[in-house]
Design a protein around this ligand. Structure first.
Ligand code: AMP
Length: 567
């Protein structure tokens, strides 16, 4: 055969390409959730809707992206979540400017192969500067110090670079220094808002409460939400980078000039009802080994939490040498967090530290006592845990955490508390708030642990549902139309129906029905169509009977118990 020039090299290039063919993987810390497991997710979510609905909560659907400042302000920029776990990016509409900037940032001017012999880097810089000053003039971009310094310094650096490149033998090191200085300044220009994937939703609910003027509605406003949250944590069992929370918040505008002392009883009842609601929800789900821990962290005042934190700090200073590096650091940054420590060697020391319960002001002590009384009235069992704290100023009084069985070290399934200062901190009017967030992934894991068959993919059977109620086994042209109509009528009546897209031999069809776990096979051949008497086979025991077409729905309804049929 005649050799085609260049073909073999083309072929090897293609093979090289195939070898490189990339197998895409889900991003680290994210997962695909598949059927039938998603049935369990749906049940967990549906039960939340039902239970929360009975307590008068309505659903709020929030954006997944928010301005990063919302979380920096609410969760605190010094926390791990905001400091290092946020997925963030810049949002703007300056496509050309961004392209010019990207050209600069990605251009490796002095790599192993210097490219400046045939390439004009000044051109990129000029375009960038031109577009930037144009946008600043038009007021599209704020005149921030970074922008102004970029405009001034980059021009200057560009001149140095041009002079160097015009030399007969440019000094590579000089070029590198100028170029990376230009790159750095271009990078520092903020073209728009810093946006992030939400790491939690309480701040978003408060943002929405303010933005949507919900203080004008009947108070309190009771909202629940569910959906994915994002934190760049180290993934492990029960801890993901995309995880799901189901949460609820009660927000209530504070009427001016009300005596705060008078509303303590009411607030305590609201707290207790919120806790009662989560516990009722977990009970309905059948979550096992549920343990509720509660505490009061008082409020941020010298005669309450702030005074306590001073005492705690002093006590920690005395034992500083015996503490680990993390706790030592926290004495300064956030002493309350020392109480969170799981370090074995610190437990005895922590047990001897001052307790917040002994340092609450009269109002906070009264509130806490009332919460406990209210929980008892509602038959909600709790354990007091003085080490349960939240290190943020706007959290106050009630905090709680719920753990469940089967989760190893990541066993917290719900965290919550009162945050009366948060809405105000975010720019709203004084507003009370209490809420919680449930880790849905962990709830599911715990349910699966408790019922191993769920984990092995038999949830549908375990929950009394099968993936398929009726498999329509049809053969022959005349049967096709009948099969399509039968499938339509059965589906309209709420049955799960599998209709093969092409005819199958009956043996194969029954095998397929078995694989799908179908309960019945509806057999439609030429004979059945002609006689109007259809064959229904019960797959569990192999029995079969004849049913007239128009009586099929009623027949199956009689035979499948109600809970087996998805209405
Ligand atoms: P937080 O918003 O940190 O108070 O967390 C509330 C609940 O969300 C926790 O009790 C966990 O159940 C769950 N949770 C928090 N972070 C993660 C994560 N990275 N992966 C899975 N669940 C999480």
């Amino acid at each position: 055969m005649e050799q085609i020039p260049g073909l073999s090299s083309l072929a090897s290039a293609y093979q090289g390409h195939m070898a490189e063919k990339r197998k895409f993987q889900a991003i680290k810390g994210t997962r695909d959730l598949l059927p039938p497991e998603t049935e369990l997710w749906n049940r967990v979510e549906q039960t939340a809707r039902e239970v929360f609905g009975t307590f008068g909560f309505g659903e709020i659907r929030l954006p997944i992206i928010e301005n990063i400042d919302l979380f920096a302000r609410s969760i605190g920029s010094e926390t791990d979540i905001v400091g290092k776990e946020m997925f963030s990016f810049e949002e703007y509409g300056f496509t050309a400017l961004d392209t010019f900037r990207r050209n600069i940032i990605t251009l490796n001017l002095v790599g192993p192969e210097p490219r400046f012999g045939f390439f004009n880097p000044q051109l990129h810089v000029d375009r960038f500067l031109e577009a930037l000053s144009f946008s600043v003039q038009k007021g599209e971009i704020a005149k921030t110090p970074e922008v102004l310094s970029a405009l001034e310094n980059v021009t200057e650096l560009r001149d140095h670079l041009t002079a160097e490149l015009q030399k007969e033998k440019p000094d590579r090191e000089e070029v590198r220094v100028y170029w990376s200085a230009i790159q750095q300044r271009a990078k520092n220009v903020h073209l728009g808002d810093q946006i992030c994937l939400r790491p939690e939703a309480t701040a978003s609910v408060c943002r929405a409460y303010i933005q949507q003027n919900m203080q004008a509605l009947a108070q309190p406003v009771k909202l629940y939400y569910m959906g994915p949250m994002f934190r760049r944590e180290r993934p492990q069992k029960g801890r993901y980078r995309q995880f799901y929370q189901i949460g609820a918040e009660v927000l209530e505008a504070i009427t001016p000039n009300t005596d705060a002392t008078k509303t303590i009883g009411k607030d305590a009842a609201v707290d207790a009802e919120v806790i009662e609601m989560v516990m009722a929800y977990f009970a309905r789900l059948g979550l096992e080994g549920v343990q509720l821990d509660i505490n009061s962290i008082g409020h941020s005042a010298p005669d309450c939490r702030r005074g306590y934190v001073e005492k705690l700090k002093a006590a920690l200073e005395k034992v500083k040498d015996k503490l680990g590096a993390d706790s030592q650091r926290r004495i300064e940054t956030n002493p309350l967090r020392v109480l969170d420590s799981k370090l074995e060697s610190e437990q005895e020391i922590i047990a001897g530290l001052p307790r917040i319960g002994d340092h609450l002001c009269a109002d906070c002590a009264k509130h806490y006592a009332e919460v406990k009384r209210q929980l008892e009235l509602r038959g909600v069992a709790y354990r007091e845990n003085w080490r349960l704290v939240r290190g943020l100023d706007y959290y106050m009084r009630t905090t709680f955490e719920i753990t469940a069985r089967g989760l190893g070290s990541q066993n917290a399934v719900c965290g919550g508390g009162r945050y009366d200062g948060l809405v105000e901190l975010l720019g709203g009017a004084p507003t009370k708030g209490i809420g919680f967030a449930i880790g849905e992934d962990r709830v599911i894991l715990s349910l699966q642990e408790a019922r191993k068959e769920v984990a092995s993919g038999e949830w549908l059977v375990a929950s009394g549902k099968s993936a398929c109620d009726v498999y329509v086994a049809w053969m022959g042209k005349t049967a096709e139309a009948t099969a399509i109509r039968a499938a339509r009528d059965l589906r309209a009546a709420g049955f799960r129906v599998e209709l093969p897209p092409v005819e199958q031999k009956f043996g194969k069809a029954l095998g397929q029905a078995d694989k799908l776990g179908a309960r019945y096979a509806l057999i439609l051949g030429e004979d059945e169509v002609a006689s109007g008497e259809w064959t229904v086979k019960t797959l569990a025991d192999g029995t079969q009977g004849k049913v007239r077409g128009e009586g099929l729905v009623a027949y199956l309804r009689r035979n499948l118990s109600e809970r087996e049929v998805k209405q």
